[in-house]
Design a protein around this ligand. Structure first.
Ligand code: NAD
Length: 405
């Protein structure tokens, strides 16, 4: 499996060859400001003590406090967290919000823990890191397998340790605990806004056939918004299964089926396929919304989508990027396509600091122009520099970071 941080650095090399940002900026961005590894002792329900490995990477804070989610996954390790933190720094710059880049994680399969164990583990992460966190220092959020409830535990733990009461140290909290309206669907919705802004520029029809990999927070919410706007979701998947129906899936029924059976498999009227087959389906738009490194040099040649919207972080390796470029398949990059999530996280932070509560309508009205602006500026930068969207977004981000640094 390619190392995501090496992939991120290949991307940085590529952009520095396209445009001269000066050696100092590139050297600073080759390493995070700080990478912290912690061990978290957790008393398990059976009375034994288990030690978990956790991380917080603070990559760059030129634009504002470090900002980025916390991932719970058995394969999470420091290089993945470093890559995600690097992309967060660029993503906040592309979205034009006053936040820097950070990321955290714990190597754990949360499905194997009881609720009590999960809460003790989450509070343990905060106990080890409370010194470096804070509304004006480092503001974590949810990512894969972390939920609003986990953010509420963490925020509560942080308040107990430090006395901080604004709730602005963690975003993605439940609404009743200071969360923002619209944060749940924000990443999927923001992805739709980006797609809609660039749709004609990437040569897609008014009504598209869409394939989505991953049916979690991002993938399921994106599927709903695309369907709401008349696009046809022809295939979706989760970690265990994938389903395909050429005429389009009824998402409400798919969700009910997944709830009832804990799986997408055997959804009536749809064909069971593999995740590999899903990625290679002919469609207008393919949206990977699960994990990094799913489109590599092994399968890039077989991709038949007319365009790709990277809702997940790092789903395409640099080698695959080149192949897709040569095939003429435009890729809307992660640091633009999934920036709606961190943008609404920033709105939550601002509401908490100002003791304000914005309506969902206000939140969405603020999100749309930022997503449109980021999309069109990315397009312009790509065009001016005669390159593809990812490099356009990198140029936009690095110019903004360089100016502040
Ligand atoms: P999630 O845990 O809610 O959902 C992940 C989904 O991917 C689940 O449906 C899971 O079953 C599926 N999955 C896992 N392994 C898979 C595999 N090998 N093949 C196919 N599907 C698989 O996570 P999420 O929050 O939706 O995050 C998904 C991606 O989006 C990640 O890359 C994350 O970093 C990125 N992202 C999330 C947010 C956010 O606001 N949650 C913001 C920006 C980016």
């Amino acid at each position: 499996m390619p190392n995501p941080f090496e992939n991120a650095m290949v991307q940085l090399d590529k952009v520095s060859k396209l445009k001269d940002f000066g050696d100092e900026l590139i050297a600073r961005l080759r390493q995070p400001d700080r990478d912290i590894r912690i061990s978290i002792p957790v008393k398990m329900d059976d009375g034994t003590l288990k030690i978990f490995e956790g991380y917080r990477v603070e990559y760059n804070n030129a634009l504002g406090p470090y900002k980025g989610g916390i991932r719970y996954h058995p394969e999470t390790e420091i290089n993945e967290v470093k890559a995600l933190a690097f992309w967060m720094a660029l993503k906040c710059a592309v979205a034009n919000i006053p936040m820097g880049g950070g990321k955290g994680g714990i190597t754990v399969d949360p499905k194997l823990l009881s609720k009590g164990e999960l809460e003790r583990l989450s509070r343990g992460w905060v106990q080890k890191l409370s010194d470096v966190l804070g509304p004006h220092k480092d503001v974590p959020a949810p990512d894969v397998n972390t939920t609003p409830e986990i953010m509420a535990w963490m925020d509560n733990e942080y308040g107990k340790i430090t006395g901080e009461k604004t709730g602005a140290t963690f975003t993605g909290k439940p609404i009743e605990k200071g969360g923002s309206q619209g944060r749940g669907p924000a990443t999927g919705l923001g992805g739709f806004y980006v797609f809609d802004s660039l749709r004609t520029q990437i040569g897609l029809p008014e009504k598209c056939k869409v394939v989505i990999q991953g049916f979690g927070n991002v993938g399921a919410n994106a599927a709903r918004v695309f369907a709401l706007h008349g696009h046809k979701i022809i295939a979706v998947s989760d970690s265990k299964s994938a389903i395909y129906k050429e005429e389009g899936l009824d998402l409400e029924k798919v969700e009910a089926h997944k709830k009832a059976t804990s799986s997408l498999k055997d959804f009536p009227g749809a064909k069971n396929i593999t995740n590999e087959e899903l990625l290679e389906l002919p469609c207008d738009l393919l949206a990977p919304a699960a994990f990094e490194n799913v489109i590599t040099e092994q399968n890039a040649e077989k991709i038949k989508a007319k365009a790709i919207l990277e809702l997940a972080n790092g789903p395409i390796t640099p080698e695959a990027d080149e192949i897709l470029f040569k095939k003429g398949i435009p890729v809307v990059p992660d640091i633009l396509a999934n920036s709606g999530g961190v943008t609404v996280s920033y709105f939550e932070w601002e509401q908490n600091l100002k003791s304000e509560i914005w309506t969902e309508k206000e939140v969405l009205e603020k999100l749309l122009p930022l997503m449109n602006d980021a999309s069109q500026k990315t397009f312009q930068k790509a065009k001016e520099n005669n390159t593809y969207f990812r490099m356009g977004a990198f140029i936009l981000a690095l110019e903004r970071i360089k100016e502040k640094m």
